[in-house]
Design a protein around this ligand. Sequence first.
Ligand code: F3S
Length: 284
Amino acid sequence: MEIKLAKSAGFCFGVKRAVETVYEQIREQKEQKIYTYGPIIHNDEVIRDLKEKGVCVLETEEELGKVKDGVVIIRSHGVPKRVCSMLEKKGIPYVDATCPFVKKIHRIVSEQSARGAYIIIIGNPDHPEVKGIQGWAKEDVKVVFTAEDAQAVTVEEGKPVCVVAQTTYNYNKFKDLVEIISKKGYDITVLNTICSATKERQEEAERIAKEVDAMIVIGDKKSSNTQKLFEICNHACNNTYYIQTLDDLDMNQLRSVETVGITAGASTPNKIIEEVQNNVRINI
Ligand code: F3S
């Protein structure tokens, strides 16, 4: 049995940086309470560990506004501008662990919006990163998720249009939606802000999935980048399994295969990937 482990499996630069920021704060802030605004990553194992170390997750802006002591950590997804302004106004100390690639989109949207552009964000409207990006634009901003959304875009004549993407968006879908919008004849600037970490992970996963008899995708069920990774792998290899941890893997399903591919989403810790890899090797 041969195992092909994707080199790009697991934590990306931004997630690694955000998780390390929390552990750094745990070491530094001995007396102070530590909060994260939303779970720092979509991974139950990591969240449990942080909770045991006293880190509190705040879910709403209302909860955030009530913080009296301690420090708030902003996760890699980033937040709308009004959240940073609110924290500053109330004098609540915070550490901004927004991924620099997401921060760059905030800057683009701010600048383009200030020059009067209509902002189109290609991405999932429910994803916190997209909500965050949206919050750096002035009034004219629209999230496009489906071909229907793209068809429905109407921009007042003469207004420039700026298109950006959620960093974890699928490149091919992005291209398709941009094509629909481009046909409308606007003065359009398209900035492909899809993070290369995602693209590389997706391409490598697809390449491996095409070569193997079975493919394992590891990641939290709530992680959108893992869900996309699964979609891509499942398309290339109809023997693809989506697992959160080793416990979800039924080794019997792999008994008759000769090659197994393994990849993992951006929020999957190395420990879990290694555990799966070692157990597949030992048990099959
Ligand atoms: Fe940042 Fe890319 Fe990861 S945008 S959070 S390095 S997927």
